[in-house]
Write a protein that binds this ligand. Structure first.
Ligand SMILES: Nc1nc2c(ncn2[C@@H]2O[C@H](COP(=O)(O)OP(=O)(O)O)[C@@H](O)[C@H]2O)c(=O)[nH]1
Ligand SMILES: [Mg+2]
Length: 414
């Protein structure tokens, strides 16, 4: 049997409350919690003790009893004192948006890094809220829902144990980060530029990565699914098309509105690729009329990751779901019908390597490694031979010229 929940939120006039509660409903559904009622109140900020005002909260309480709800879910992160007050007031479980998100993450943690990051974020979230949460969470819901940590372990609700766990998680995470930074350094040495896909959860990041892999005929696809936070993993793929320079493409966890405070910090290791990239592709679900709300969140998270100054391209997905072709200047793609993928790839190349030009290179026959590089990373238009060298006319990106500067005879803009 599914647990039944009542959702409550605050309409502060900044974001659209009905949309925000719909998203909360989807988060709950991901955890097999069914929404049976929604309440909200217009107010500039939450009541510091009871979240909603006195009258409204009484109304919610009556409804939760009448509807036999198991859980009341708050659309904002509750403070420790709000949890304590509300816990005494309601006789259902009390959770907030942060708790839901952390619970979903903990179900999806599949790598060591994600496991450590999720556990740490959960423990840090719980610690100041223990007094209220302990009673609320030990109150069994009608269904199967219960507070879980990664790997289906029951969440520990003892203060001293939590403190000890936080210490040891922080140590393990540091060690893990060190090992992973080493791997990344090796890659940076080779100076292959990094492109990161970012954006709201379910926008089509993984699908876009898969599309580009299809263009270069690689079958190393990643997991994509129509659920919130399908994976917490960072997937990294090398995109190397014949005649073009290589770049690294990384797909990472999606963003969402009101991410738990403990989250961005804990996920720095997973999101490290983003702050370290040469180019960011901001993937936007073009079929969602409310995608401008997602943009606010994406920009906020990029700022927290100190990535707001990295060159960013906005890419709109799901063109196939639109009734009419959009008339704006943006690049629209469809991962379903493979529309505009070459244009996307070209845009990435030009942003990483500069504009295309025509170059003539003269290479002595014995310079085998340069000849191999020309064959691999440039588009050869014409080859001719002299007594001791080959002449190549190639199409090349401006920044690639550096590798060929000793052989360059002339260039021409295209
Ligand atoms: N119709 C359509 N669906 C898409 C497109 N791109 C992604 N999707 C679907 O949208 C859902 C979420 O995509 P995914 O790549 O997993 O999103 P992510 O959370 O940003 O990685 C999946 O069901 C995809 O198949 C597209 O261009 N058109
Ligand atoms: Mg994904």
């Amino acid at each position: 049997m599914m647990d039944k929940a009542i959702l409550i939120g605050i309409d502060d006039g900044l974001k659209e409350i009905e949309y925000s509660l719909l998203e909360l409903e989807n988060l709950a559904k991901t955890l097999k919690i069914e929404t049976i009622g929604k309440f909200w109140q217009k107010r500039p900020f939450p009541n510091p003790k009871t979240y909603l005002g006195k009258g409204k909260i009484a109304e919610v309480k009556n409804a939760s009893e009448a509807l036999d709800a198991d859980i009341v879910i708050f659309n904002d992160e509750l403070t420790p004192s709000q949890i304590r007050t509300l816990e005494k007031y309601f006789n259902t479980q009390i959770v907030d948006r942060s708790f839901l998100i952390l619970s979903i993450f903990s179900e999806r943690a599949e790598t060591k890094g994600a496991y450590l990051e999720v556990s740490l974020a959960q423990q840090k979230y719980l610690l100041p809220r223990l007094v209220g949460m302990r009673d609320s969470l030990s109150r069994q819901g009608g269904g199967t829902y219960n507070a879980k940590g990664p790997g289906e372990t029951k969440l520990e609700l003892d203060r001293r144990t939590i403190l000890r766990t936080i210490k040891s998680l922080e140590k393990d995470l540091k060690k893990w980060e060190k090992e992973n930074t080493l791997n990344r350094k090796k890659r940076t040495l080779k100076a292959i530029p990094i492109v990161s896909l970012v954006g709201y959860t379910n926008a089509g990041k993984s699908a876009t990565l898969n599309s580009l892999l299809t263009v270069i005929e690689s079958d190393k696809r990643v997991f994509e699914k129509d659920v919130l936070f399908a994976t917490l993993r960072t997937h990294t793929r090398k995109i190397k098309k014949k005649g073009y320079p290589a770049f690294i493409l990384t797909d990472t966890i999606g963003f969402i509105d009101k991410l738990p405070h403990a989250f961005v910090n804990a996920f720095k290791a997973t999101l490290y690729e983003v702050s370290n990239s040469d180019l960011i592709l901001n993937i936007i679900d073009g079929s969602d009329p409310k995608n401008y709300l997602h943009q606010i969140t994406t920009n906020q998270v990029l700022k927290e990751l100190a990535a707001e100054n990295i060159p960013t391209l906005e890419i709109y997905t799901k063109l196939d779901l639109l009734k009419e072709r959009p008339l704006d200047e943006n690049l629209w793609i469809s991962n379903l019908e493979d529309t505009n993928l070459d244009a996307l790839l070209h845009l990435i190349y030009e942003n990483l390597f500069g504009s295309s030009l025509l170059a003539t290179l003269e290479v002595p026959y014995q310079d085998q490694s340069i000849i191999a590089l020309i064959n691999d990373e440039t588009r050869i238009i014409k080859t001719s031979y002299t007594n001791n060298s080959s002449l190549y006319e190639v199409i090349i990106f401006r920044k690639q010229l550096e590798s060929f500067k000793d052989y360059l005879i002339k260039t021409k803009f295209l």
